[in-house]
Design a protein around this ligand. Structure first.
Ligand code: AMP
Length: 660
């Protein structure tokens, strides 16, 4: 398979914003991909050669790529650098520059997908003294043989800035169609009945397969227009329905597998080698992070009690950093993952040490919240303190002493060869104690580990008391957990088995929201030369786009205003509108959705300018935040797809109405 075939798809996908159209392109891409290359193509499309949680970096700075471009094009250095600045993106600059070279160079060998992947793997894996020279040589070799379009995606991949805007869930949608029995057969059936399989029909059928029943009528009309007999239409409809249910079943099966083994490349390779049945072979494995279970929210303890059948386990909701600890080799090997599934072991060697020495068993996966505490007393400190530890390489030793942390464990997902995610809550909690017998609910700086404080309650007033004590102790609220038979660990899901209740519900109408920056406005006066406000969006996971909800200008201190522009320059969209963003407001600068800020507000109102839930509750209006302000917390533990969703905003609006 030629790399240029792949790049043509990327070019088309980049132009699209709708999830369905993107899925269509991916379905087609995977259809023409030879089985043995599916894994490679899925990885390249994600812009990586290994799953993110393995933390393999390309180790290539843009400077090196510019050097390679110089070697290949022989254009003046100034021209190369100017182009990079003008385009604001290494890929688009490379496309133009290599385009200029082509006129002079005669010989090149077409790039294959395999060659590109092999070279990229080498680029990422070379280490040592002359590694930069070797990386340069490998990049130049690829660029020498690439067309302008290939150069665009190659350079982006090498710089780890692929940014096609394809969410993993969209890739999964596309993989659910892959090899679905019946799709080809359906084509034969249509052709056999005198119906040409033209684009319009194929699209209509796909749309129906992917979405709700409403499009079935569309499909039917289309077929009728083509003059088909009634019974043929019926038979066709039945077939479509059958395929649709298979695709949907496939999707659920793949999502389940992905939640416990979030590596799309691996999933695709299993699908290619043995079909959907292979998903059953994916199990929880120490060393491979599971996607986190999350909780819904309700504004009162009594509401929570009612929802959970009158009996709940209330736990402190600690305000820190979620950590998933994978312990193997009887404690000799410990890996810590963040909620974003990044390997953060290096930043918390102290925590890894505590776990390794106190663990009693063969292997296990535990989950907890890592909270900063005052040394000696164990008193909890604000979450922000912990960010001083993140990303540190050099003075980490000092920071470990200065900012001690305690890992408060609240779940066990695997123990001594057995999966625990399917077991009920109380059994999993027992397993934590089994894994680490010397564990107490006291915040003991000596041991560095604790068990989350928990009480089982049947009375709402008692629950309210527990909540107030949690606040006194420095928590942000409580987490209610179902204790029923079905209280399993739902990896990758936000469900009603866990419900959070936070102090914000007391003082204000709402919980905080985690919103994504999608645009910025230049500041004036004291904020001249920096940004004065940001255009914020919620994530619409149904359509895979970001929809605006407020313009955010308050709550920023001087340090934020200094830090944010630096974070944002890399993310500015050259030339305006970002296709993944739905906005009716025009910021001065568009920003690639990436940075998540925690935002508080007084209430949710209807708005004629914001597109969050546009037309959902009211015609020609969306939902917006009134008096939004930044809490001071940059949620660097969350990516754009973890932001508060449009559905959640609609839910919060509903709660607000109720509480009024
Ligand atoms: P939120 O980020 O507001 O949706 O709240 C969910 C987060 O609360 C989880 O991802 C955990 O990091 C954190 N958390 C703190 N304490 C607990 C607890 N006892 N049980 C579960 N999650 C907790």
């Amino acid at each position: 398979m030629l790399y240029s075939d792949l790049c043509s798809f990327y070019g088309r996908i980049e132009e699209l914003s709708g999830r369905l159209e993107m899925t269509d392109q991916l379905v087609e891409l995977y259809r023409i991909t030879p089985l043995e290359l599916i894994e490679t193509v899925v990885r390249l499309t994600k812009g990586e050669i290994r799953p993110g949680y393995e933390g393999l970096e390309m180790g290539v700075a843009e400077k090196l790529v510019l050097k390679a471009l110089y070697m290949v094009t022989m254009l003046p250095v100034e021209e190369i650098e100017e182009e990079r600045v003008r385009k604001g993106d290494i890929g688009s600059a490379a496309e133009i520059l290599v385009g200029k070279k082509r006129q002079t160079s005669l010989f090149h060998e077409p790039l294959t997908v395999t060659r590109v992947f092999t070279s990229l793997t080498r680029i990422a894996s070379v280490e040592g003294r002359s590694s930069q020279d070797l990386k340069l040589k490998l990049i130049a070799e690829l660029l020498h043989d690439s067309t302008p379009m290939e150069a665009k995606y190659l350079t982006r991949t090498v710089c780890q800035k692929m940014r096609l805007g394809i969410a993993d869930m969209t890739q999964i949608d596309a993989l659910s169609y892959h090899n679905t029995p019946g799709i080809d057969e359906l084509g034969d059936f249509l052709v056999h009945n005198g119906l040409p399989l033209d684009d319009g029909l194929v699209q209509a059928v796909r749309k129906h397969l992917a979405t709700a029943m409403s499009t079935l009528a569309e499909t039917r009309t289309l077929i009728k227009e083509k003059g088909m007999e009634k019974d043929v239409v019926r038979s066709m409809t039945e077939r479509v329905q059958k395929i649709r249910s298979v695709v949907q079943e496939n999707r659920e099966t793949i999502v389940r597998a992905y939640n416990i083994h979030p590596d799309l490349g691996y999933i695709a390779s299993l699908l290619a080698s043995g079909g959907i049945g292979n998903m059953g072979h994916i199990n929880v494995t120490p060393g491979i992070p599971l996607r986190a279970m999350l909780g819904e929210r309700l504004p009162s303890i009594s509401g929570i009690m009612e929802k959970m059948g009158g009996k709940v386990a209330l736990e402190y909701k600690y305000d820190g950093l979620r950590v998933q600890a994978h312990i193997t080799d009887m404690g000799k090997n410990v890996i810590l993952f963040s909620r974003q599934l990044e390997n953060i072991t290096d930043q918390f060697p102290d925590v890894a040490g505590y776990l390794g020495s106190m663990f009693k068993g063969q292997d296990c996966i535990l989950e907890g919240e890592c909270v900063p505490v005052e040394s000696g007393t164990g008193r909890m400190l604000p979450f922000q303190v912990i960010s001083q530890r993140r990303g540190r390489k050099y003075d980490l030793e000092d920071k470990i002493e200065e900012v001690p942390v305690i890992l408060v464990l609240f779940d066990c997902l695997y123990l001594n060869g057995s999966e625990y995610i399917g077991k009920p809550y109380l059994e999993r909690r027992d397993a934590i104690r089994q894994a680490i017998p010397d564990l107490s609910e006291r915040m003991d700086t000596g041991s560095g580990l604790a068990l989350s404080r928990m009480e089982i309650m049947t009375d709402a007033d008692e629950g309210e008391n527990f909540f107030l004590v949690a606040l006194d102790d420095g928590c942000e609220g409580v987490m209610a957990k179902s204790v029923g038979e079905g209280s399993i660990y739902q990896a990758g899901n936000r469900g009603w088995l866990w419900i959070k209740y936070k102090k914000d519900y007391h003082s204000e109408l709402m919980d905080t929201m985690d919103l994504v920056i999608i645009g910025a406005y230049h500041g004036s006066g004291r904020r001249g030369g920096t940004f004065g406000a940001f255009l914020m969006a919620a994530y619409d996971s149904d359509d895979d786009v970001f929809r605006t909800i407020c313009k955010l200008g308050s709550g920023f201190n001087d340090r934020h205003l200094e830090e944010l522009p630096a974070l944002l320059t890399e993310l500015q969209v050259p030339g305006g509108q970002n296709p993944k963003v739905d906005t009716r407001m025009e910021p001065d600068v568009y920003i690639i959705p990436s940075i998540v800020l925690e935002v508080k507000a007084a209430e949710i109102t209807f708005s004629p300018v914001h597109t969050c839930a546009w037309g959902y509750l009211k015609d020609n209006a969306g939902l917006a935040l009134r008096f939004p302000r930044f809490t001071g917390r940059i949620r660097d533990d969350k990516g754009p797809y973890d932001a508060t969703t449009v559905r959640e905003v609609i839910g919060l609006y509903g709660q607000q109405i109720k509480s009024l």
